[in-house]
Each structure stands twice: as C-alpha cells, then as structure tokens.
Design a binder for this molecule. Structure first.
Ligand code: NAD
Length: 500
C-alpha cells in the first residue's frame, strides 16, 4: 500500500509541491516508514515567500492588540489539541509521552510571552532633548522572516521562532526538519483556525534545496536557524552574504561539574535525566561530567546503578523512560563512537550497544552507555554524540574543571553541582557558556528570558525568544521632532546640529 504524502502549507491551505521529490518519515520505535513528506523545491519556496510578502502589509497594519488576541486563541487551540501534538512528536521523533508533553509546554510558554506584544513593542520617549525638540523610538517589523528547525524538538523549536516573529508584525516561512514535519503542519492549521490571515504563516517541509531557496531569496529579511554547528555556520555565512539578519544556533557539548561537597544522590538523579532524557538527543543534554577530586568514584557508582534502572522502549508506552534514536544511520554513528571510546582506552562502565526490544526488534534502539576516565583528546569527548552516552572526566580542582570547559569549542549549556556559594559564584562568573545551571542540570531559560549559547553553539548576535527575540524580529527607528510655532524665528546653519 502506498504511503500518504504530506503537503506543504502555503497561503492558508495545504498545497501539493510543484515538484515530485519526497522522503520517507519513520516511526523510530518500530523502525517502519509511516508516511512520506514532500520535499519543497525552489519554486515552492518562491510561492511561499510570495504569499508571505503579499500578507505582510495587512498583517503589519493589524494592531499589536489584535495580533495578540489571535495568538491567545492559538494558545488555547494548542492546549485543546495537545494530545494530538504529543502523539505526532512521539510518533515521528521517538520521545516518551511525558518528554513530548514537557517540550510542548515549553513551546506554549513562548506563545504566552508573545501575547504580551503590545507591551513588548513599546518604544522610549524623551521630551525636550533640545529646546522644543522631542525624541521617541519605535520597533517595527522586518517583513518576511524564515525559520529552519532540527528534528529533535518537532514542536518546541519552531515555537521559539514563529510566535514572536508573527506577534511583532512579520510574516513567516518555516522549513521544519524533513524527519518530523507533521507537527509543524498541524500547528499551521491550528493557527489559521485561531484567525490568522492566510499567508502570514507558511510551512515548506524539505531539505537543502528548500533551505537554499530561503537563504538566497531577495524578499526574505531574516533567518532563524537551529541545528548542528556545520550547518549553522553555513546558514550564517550564506544568509549574511545575501543581506539577511541571521541567528544560527548550533550543536553542543554540555558539561556538568560535580564538586566533592555536592549531594551526590541528588546530583546523580539530576544527571541521569539530563544525559539520557530524549535518548540524549537534546542540545541542552549533559553529555560530559567533570568530577572533581573525591566526587569521582562514588558518583560513577551512583550513575551506574541508575543507568541499570532505565527502561528503554517505545516512547508511546507508559512505563518507558527512554525511547529510540531518530534513524538507523544515526544509531550506527553513535555505536561507532562508543567503539572508538573503547579503542582509545576509556573505561566503558555500561554498554548500550546491541539492545533489542522484544516486539520492536527493528526499532532504532540503543541502550544507555556510561564511560569513565575519559580524556579531552578522545573522539567521544571531541564529538557531539547526540545519543544516550554519558562520559565522565576527572579534574583535581575547580580551576581545572573550568579550564576544560572553556577550552571546548562549544558553549551552549553547563551546570555545577555544589553546596558552596563561593564555588557556584566563581563558576557563574568565569565560565564561557551562554546558559548556566547551579544545581540545575538543564538550565533552559523560560520564554521571558532569551535562549542561546556562545562560541560554536551560536552564530549571530541575538538569542531566541525573550526580549532578544523581539529585537531580532524588529528594526528600531528613532524619530526626532520639533513643532515650531508659525512666528518662531529661524536661521540657516551648515554646522552639525547640536541640541541642548
Ligand atoms: P541538522 O543541522 O542536520 O539539520 C537542521 C536543519 O537544517 C534541518 O531542517 C535540515 O533539513 C537542514 N539542513 C541539514 N543539512 C543542511 C544543509 N547542508 N544545508 C542546508 N540545510 C540543511 O540538525 P539535526 O540533526 O536536525 O538536529 C540535531 C542538531 O541540532 C544537534 O547538533 C543539536 O545540538 C542541534 N540543536 C541545537 C539547538 C540549540 O539551541 N543550540 C537546539 C536543538 C538542536
């Protein structure tokens, strides 16, 4: 039986691609292809951008208050259809239901933030910057904005982008990951049902061809990207060369420092969730632990015992702690990295290779793996593994731990576990990472703060959502005004005007 093919979403309706390229979408839990997605071509992208361009003048002139009301209705519909969105996330990505529900909630919080847009867009005003002269600033939308998103958060990462962009008065073209496009298409239908005018939000599932169409399109003003570092760098350079504003969030290697004074049971519980949740396929996953001094041996024991209790299985099954990886080739890559850790001399404390789940033997499962005695020259340290593999390095003191982290090319998230305020404060001050947790393993900022890493984890200047998101999707304009009385005296001057 031939599989159903997902359409594109252009100008408020499902539309078939003008081309014929498609790709299979898998359910990673069973290993079986469940449907196909169209892969948008350049002509499809042109149609989506044309629809977004045509919708822009009307949407820009819709008052922020009216835009916020549509967003509030969208938020209600997202909640009402949460079961369906959680199912689509779990089905195409493999996440457990509770993890998919958590990431949906974090995405909905961005919509809630964007509902405050009438307040967020307020500018500044100063009276009498010169005699009889006033000055005020405005934040105005850019036009058509584009988003390109990764497979690992089918709902949350798109929601980091389009609610804020659209609330600010822009129109949007989203290119979701071709591995998990269904949730984005469903969100487009819900947004329309909430009253969003046609053309304001468009979805073009596809691959590099669609992305390149957006990066080079003269009518796209800004590009938001989340994905791996090599692609982030390419997006940043290509879009900037074509005159666009860009924020490109890349990969990560997130370290947790564990001090000898930490509560090791609390720490081990926190690290297990942060390392193996979503099978390690999170940009904020803790993938490296730096155990300081005497913390090392007891911590590794506690981690090992907890790894043994992780139940791996289909994400949609109630008692599952950890689901499969996204594809068979990705599992192959992670297994090869585990092989390399063994051959380079790290101690493999728990080995997740070769796991089979009865009844789902073809699913893309890999059990949780734990390495100890890892050094910074090993491949398992240098690579972003993006799988259920936690590595432990040892350090003699906090200085050495901070040095290790600051030398790493990535700088997305990090955490310290300690009972010492002095250690925590020192860490917070000296660490070269964008998002820091103190006894918090996954320090993902709430929607009303901004999310973004440093170094190879983000190319661009502004982070996503929060006020930085509002600044990314708007241009500021400063107006200086004077209303001279008809009879007021004036004279000509060719000097640089000064006020005061
Ligand atoms: P990816 O870079 O392979 O793909 C991301 C997006 O880019 C997809 O939409 C894909 O279709 C597109 N793409 C892929 N190759 C391309 C190319 N050559 N040219 C143009 N477009 C291309 O990433 P992924 O595998 O989907 O997601 C996992 C990665 O995303 C990990 O590295 C993870 O750390 C990262 N990530 C980062 C964050 C963050 O906030 N920094 C958040 C989530 C995921």
């Amino acid at each position: 039986m031939s599989q159903p093919v997902l359409s594109l979403w252009i100008n408020g309706k499902a539309q078939a691609s003008t081309g014929s390229r498609t790709a299979e979408i898998f359910n990673p839990a069973t290993g079986r292809a469940i449907r196909r997605t169209s892969l948008a071509n350049k002509r499809d992208v042109d149609l989506a951008v044309a629809a977004a361009s045509a919708a822009f003048p009307g949407w820009r002139d819709t008052t922020p208050l009216r835009r916020a009301r549509i967003l509030a209705r969208f938020r209600e519909l997202m909640e009402a259809h949460s079961g369906e969105l959680i199912h689509l996330t779990s089905e195409e990505h493999g996440k457990t239901h509770s993890d998919a529900a958590g990431s949906l909630q974090r995405g909905i919080e961005v919509i809630e933030f964007a509902c405050g847009v009438p307040h967020l867009l307020k500018g500044e005003k100063a009276e009498d910057v010169g005699r009889g002269v006033d000055c005020h600033s405005l934040l105005q939308p850019l036009g058509v904005c584009a988003g390109v998103t990764p497979f690992n958060f089918p709902v949350m990462v798109p929601l980091w982008m389009f609610p804020v962009a659209i609330a600010c008065g822009n129109t949007f073209v989203l290119k979701p990951s071709e591995k998990v496009p269904s949730a984005s298409l469903r969100m487009a239908e819900l947004f329309r049902a909430a009253g969003l005018p046609d053309g304001v939000f468009n979805v073009v599932p596809g691959d590099k061809e669609a992305v390149d169409g957006l990066l080079t399109h003269p009518d796209v003003r800004a590009v938001s990207f989340v994905g791996s570092t090599p692609v982030a760098k390419y997006i940043y350079e290509t879009a900037a060369r074509h005159g666009k504003r860009v924020q490109a969030l890349g990969g990560a290697k997130n370290h947790a420092v564990v001090m000898p004074d930490a509560d090791l049971d609390f720490t081990a519980d926190a690290l297990i969730g942060a390392a193996y949740g979503s099978a390690g396929e999170r940009c904020m996953a803790i993938s490296a632990v730096v155990a300081v001094g005497a913390a090392g041996d007891p911590l590794v024991e506690k981690l090992r015992d907890r790894v043994d209790r992780i139940k791996v299985g289909p994400g949609e099954q109630k008692d599952t702690d950890m689901g499969p990886l996204i594809t068979a080739p990705h599992r192959e890559r992670v297994q090869k990295l585990i092989d390399s850790g063994v051959s380079e001399g790290a101690k493999l404390v728990r080995d997740g290779r070769g796991l089979k789940i009865p009844g789902n033997e073809s699913g893309f499962y890999l059990g949780p793996s734990l390495f100890d005695k890892v050094s910074t020259t090993m491949e398992i340290y240098k690579e972003e593994i993006f799988g259920p593999v936690l590595i432990v390095l040892r350090a003699n003191n906090i200085d050495e731990a901070i040095r290790i982290i600051n030398k790493n090319p990535y700088g997305n998230g990090t955490a310290i576990f300690t009972r010492s305020g002095a250690h925590a404060r020192r860490f917070e001050h000296d660490i070269e990472v964008g998002m820091v947790g103190i006894n918090v393993p996954i320090p993902v900022p709430m929607a009303f703060f901004s999310f973004g890493g440093w170094k190879a984890s983000l190319f661009g200047d502004l982070h996503v959502h929060g006020m930085e998101g509002v600044y990314f999707y708007t241009r500021s304009k400063v107006v200086t005004s004077r209303w001279p009385a008809v009879e007021e005296e004036s004279s000509t001057s060719l000097s640089m005007p000064t006020l005061g």
